[in-house]
Ligand binder design. Sequence first.
Ligand SMILES: Cc1ncc(COP(=O)(O)O)c(C=O)c1O
Ligand SMILES: N[C@@H](CCCC[NH3+])C(=O)O
Length: 437
Amino acid sequence: MNEQISADQINAAGHLMIGGCDAVDLAAQYGTPLVVYDVSQIRQQIRAFQRVFAKNQVDYTVSYASKAFAAVAMYQVVNQEGAHIDVVSGGEMYTALKAGFPLAHASFHGNNKSYDELVMAVKNHIGVVVVDNFHEIDLLNRVLEELDANVQVMLRITPGISAHTNKYIQTGQVDSKFGFDLESGQADQALEKVQASPRMTMIGLHAHIGSQIFEVAGFEGVANKLVAVADHWQKQFGYRARVINVGGGFGIRYVKDDQPLRPEEFVDAIIKAIKKAVAGTNLGQPAIWIEPGRSIAGPAGYNLYTVGSRKDLPGLKSYVTVDGGMGDNIRPALYQAQYETVLASDPQAPLKEHVRLAGKYCESGDILSQDQALPATKPGDILATLDTGAYGYAMASNYNRNPRPAVVFAENGHSQVVIKRESYDDLVHLDRPYEGK
Ligand SMILES: Cc1ncc(COP(=O)(O)O)c(C=O)c1O
Ligand SMILES: N[C@@H](CCCC[NH3+])C(=O)O
């Protein structure tokens, strides 16, 4: 019995439903590999975050970390729900602009924002630039002078908190490429530099300790640390922070051993920690901003595949191979990430065997799951990998010149392609014949 599939996700034919659509039909209609989002799940998670702030009566911003999954349609949905976004590149900004997303509701992150990206952000009236390093302060000052413009900024602080997660997705420890260090005094220097700029308005502090975090203590730690820094800045420099931005990182359930709190419960704990910490200061209650990516996009996403070849070896686990793999979901190969996969035509079918679920890429590491329990399968069956919505399509590649899959949004029984499947022509679109001597 797969606990990640609820009874109302199975239709009369016994098939998996996504956004009110039959997953087997979606695969037949749009082809595989296919990425499908249940749009109402995206909306529900954003609303759950908003409700927890309303309940605690604090000024807030829910800012979707769009690196988890960015597309014109996704920015539209986030905008409809009244959430903000964070962007980390010119490409994300451009996509948001194409979606009609007001960049005044966007924060611009990154540890090496380029001159051109800063120009784009400032010209399009970005809401906040989250300043990461000294080079950026100088570059941004230059851009603001040249454009005769002003901008709101936050400073990204490295809080010296190591999140308990894969080391490739930890970002809060002192030895990190992101943000201004506290201990060495860099954060204080950065505040003085930003305050000395007549064109920057400093609205608050930001920290992000990592991703796929299950322990609430890390988030309470970052909340306390940011309030302590804000208190120090008020006493030392007379600067009063209006915003405390604790980043994202709320862990989600991929497999049954994962037992995180619900994302909004992490946020409830953060709000309470900040309220308690500011009570001992003269800061007043700052606005609290969060930047969830995975928890909004992840559980809403499904990757559909068609089963192809199979390899059985005496005494060893069999390989069942699908028509996608590391090109549409690099996370198992990159972080040993685990997922659950079900048979779309019968997600609750009795399980018959444990297999290695392999991808089609020319790479031994292209294994979507090292140990997936499945019912009997045959070529042509449709498999659905669950909870793939964050950092799946977003990190997709054309490795082996495989076209990237289509992305479909499904909601209330309607489905629509929101990113077209790449064609072979798309793959050679940027190529130019070599005209050497
Ligand atoms: C600055 C910042 N904010 C938010 C996020 C989103 O994190 P998550 O997708 O784990 O919620 C990230 C990525 O880890 C990040 O770097
Ligand atoms: N790509 C990572 C998360 C990185 C978050 C970026 N700040 C993952 O799939 O878990």
